[in-house]
Design a protein around this ligand. Sequence first.
Ligand code: IMP
Length: 212
Amino acid sequence: MVKPKLLIATRSPGKRREIEVLLAELPYRLTFPEEAGLPERPEEEGLESADTFQGNAILKARYFARLSGLPTVAEDSGLEVFSLGGLPGVRSRRFAPVAPMRGDDQDEANNRELLRRLAGAPAHRRKARYRCVVAYLERPDSVPQIFEGSCYGSIAEAPRGAGGFGYDPIFFSDELGMTFGEAPAEAKHRVSHRGRAFRAFAEWILRHAVGS
Ligand code: IMP
């Protein structure tokens, strides 16, 4: 039997690598925007204009479901530092200003900026969590199904490890006792915000959608 397609509405290579592993057991053929014939368009900039992770996840899912006509899953995620009022939060991806013309790396610039803001801060001011909200639409006009995951830790004094992506070298996981940059991929998946949100989604879709 040919597996039905499920569109994963992300263009982030870091997220893609993780989601492919997290959803590997689902009886769906995972497809990504480029492969579904949806090259990037300027209007996608507006898909992260909501002020909550859930709002952004729904905007992305709705947009890609309409364009593709496929069952679509989108996620919005980020890092919240409690002493900074939840920053970088929904602005995690573009937290630091960068000059791409100069070849600046956005992730590295974000990490430097966060370390700068927390320079000299004691442990209690470095506490943080990652959050991930997943929105699933079976059809473009469906009511979105929402799944969430979070994981707690703190911002390290300096980057450690080259694994993962984004803020991982400076996010020290309470559960793993190391940064996500130092953690093997399986360990990150076990405790991460994305692992938790996508496992909740996978459990739900197996119960509600396939063959039901
Ligand atoms: P968005 O969901 O596309 O707006 O971007 C999320 C941003 O949050 C990423 O670009 C990263 O900067 C950060 N982020 C989200 N999840 C992770 C993670 O698992 N590791 C490291 N950074 C993350």
